[in-house]
Design a protein around this ligand. Structure first.
Ligand code: DGP
Length: 110
């Protein structure tokens, strides 16, 4: 499968891992947009949020929240983002939750 995130899961290309279990992997983004920027992904190749069921989405968001708290985001918060397809700005076609923290972020996005 020609998917960069599947290759990180398989250990074929390096990724700085933050968390791993049977279903999920979290690793730091290679192009961080904030002092803290990591991704939480399912190990199963699911292209976008549109193909994900409620159980998986719940697990992804719950893990993103738990890890953000562990990374020190409780006081000032963080941003939890899922980009979807072209208009959503998705560049890697493997479902992922971005967690960004450590600085104030602008809204709305450009
Ligand atoms: P998105 O635009 O939502 O599809 O975000 C994809 C993110 O994936 C982007 O912030 C950069 C990150 N990324 C792309 N390739 C790699 C990689 O090989 N390693 C890591 N750690 N992150 C990557």
């Amino acid at each position: 499968m020609d998917c960069i995130f599947c290759k990180i899961i398989a250990g074929e290309i390096p990724g700085k891992k933050l968390y791993e279990d049977d279903e999920l992997l979290a690793f730091y983004d290679v192009h961080p947009q904030a002092p803290l920027h990591f991704l939480v992904i399912p190990k199963k190749h699911i292209p976008t949020i549109l193909e994900a069921d409620a159980v998986l989405l719940g697990k992804l968001l719950a893990k993103a929240k738990e890890l953000a708290l562990g990374e020190g985001c409780e006081e000032k918060g963080a941003r939890f983002v899922i980009n979807c397809k072209e208009d959503g700005g998705q560049t890697v076609d493997h479902l992922h939750v971005h967690v960004l923290g450590g600085r104030p972020l602008l809204w709305p996005p450009g």
